[in-house]
Write a protein that binds this ligand. Structure first.
Ligand SMILES: NC(=O)c1ccc[n+]([C@@H]2O[C@H](COP(=O)([O-])OP(=O)(O)OC[C@H]3O[C@@H](n4cnc5c(N)ncnc54)[C@H](O)[C@@H]3O)[C@@H](O)[C@H]2O)c1
Length: 374
């Protein structure tokens, strides 16, 4: 198959969808890979690295879209890319269609085959292409929190780990899923005293078994949260209710119960946030202050560490990309349930319920579409 890797052009996006190691794997399977010049630069890969791995470098994005049967990307195509997409071209990337009506209509019009990373789903309902980014954001959260707890950055001026003779900081993690677990682990590694709250008792049992001694678990409820925020120095929001807006576990009126200079890192901000006062911020301007409480609410945290994020993402996407390249999307999706669930828009038809519901569009039965291509 002919594979194209365009340079990401969304603002501040430095990741790339295929590394030189990925190119080498594709070559092993006899595929041809075209990479746009400087596509890997933001993640530490030069054009020479890609050529050495067997890719052909193309100077422009038009040439990459023009030649490729499958485009592998990181972020959804932006408006300037819409017209480059060809009928029947396979696009394997994050789309998040339910958050953009314009993108949904554009992809329907282009009659592309849109396979979305975020809806590829395993039997146990886990989302293998979202997990790596949750791991990155979770591990970043205490690091960002530690930074903004410093006095010059308007925090309380407390060191997460304390020092001999001085107590460490208190970290409260709301949600003990992927983000919360990684956040707790790193905060504990810094030496902080960590409390993880979740509503899933089985999850709390698991965490209690695997976490170090400076991490305790507690049932998440309004009473416990209200008590815990009084002593917390850093609060990390990591709650998710699949397919729904995050619940506001900390409301505006609760800020007055916190110590001045407390830092809130609401990782769940991309789902509306679990702290009422959190609104999405950017890496250029990551924080704001309300009632002496520092809010960090960057919606694309992994974007700040592209060297790590690119490798984490491509470790997870490459096996699926190879499957698609080896078999073509029709056979790959017919044989693999996980990949099939990634299909969102096929040849102008919406085949994913969440997308159809979001924009009130007719939902086409995926089996009919697959049969048409069989
Ligand atoms: N800002 C970013 O850059 C970024 C990056 C990656 C992920 N995220 C977001 O982080 C959030 C968490 O993702 P995840 O992968 O850890 O999800 P997850 O499903 O693995 O974990 C969510 C956890 O929240 C728990 N939960 C639900 N309701 C709760 C409540 N009332 N109190 C306490 N816990 C509750 C669930 O039981 C679950 O354990 C998501 O919104 C995700 O989109 C943001």
């Amino acid at each position: 198959m002919i594979i194209g890797v365009p340079k990401e052009i969304k603002n501040n996006e430095n990741r790339v969808a295929l590394t030189p190691a990925g190119v080498a794997e594709m070559k092993k399977h006899n595929h041809t890979v075209y990479v746009q010049a400087t596509a890997g630069m933001g993640s530490g890969f030069s054009d020479e690295d890609y050529v050495a791995a067997g890719a052909v470098i193309l100077p422009t994005i038009e040439e990459v879209y023009g030649i490729a049967e499958m485009i592998i990307k990181v972020k959804e195509p932006i408006a300037s890319e819409y017209n480059l997409i060809k009928e029947g071209q396979l696009l394997f990337t994050y789309f998040h269609f339910a958050s953009s009506e314009e993108l949904t209509h554009a992809m329907i019009e282009r009659k592309a085959i849109c396979l979305a990373y975020e809806t590829v789903e395993k039997k146990d309902r886990s989302l293998p292409l979202l997990i790596p980014m949750s791991e990155v954001a979770g591990r970043m959260a205490p690091q960002e929190g530690a930074k903004y707890l410093e006095k010059p950055l308007k925090g309380r001026g407390i060191l997460l780990g304390g020092v001999p003779g001085v107590k460490p900081a208190e970290v409260l993690v709301l949600g003990g899923g992927i983000v919360g677990t990684q956040a707790a682990k790193i905060a504990a590694g810094f030496g902080a005293r960590v409390t993880i709250m979740d509503i899933n008792l089985n999850r709390l049992r698991e965490l209690d078994d695997i976490m170090p001694a400076n991490v305790v678990t507690q049932m998440s409820n309004h009473y416990n949260i209200k008590e815990a925020i009084k002593t917390a120095d850093l609060i990390i929001g990591a709650v998710l209710i699949p397919g729904a807006k995050a619940p506001h576990l900390i409301t505006r009126d609760m800020l007055k119960d916190m110590k001045p200079g407390t830092v809130l890192v609401d990782v769940a901000v991309d789902q509306g946030g679990c702290i009422e006062t959190c609104k999405p911020t950017t890496h250029e301007n990551p924080t704001f202050i309300i009632d002496d409480v520092v809010h960090y609410c960057v919606a694309n945290m992994p974007g700040a560490v592209p060297f790590t994020s690119t490798l984490a993402l491509t470790n997870a996407t490459l096996p699926y990309a190879i499957m698609l390249a080896n078999k073509g999307w029709q056979a790959a999706c017919a044989q693999n349930d996980e990949l099939r669930l990634g299909l969102n828009v096929v040849n102008g038809e919406v085949v994913y319920k969440g997308v159809a519901d979001a924009w009130n569009l007719p939902l086409t039965n995926l089996s009919n579409v697959m049969e048409a291509y069989a």
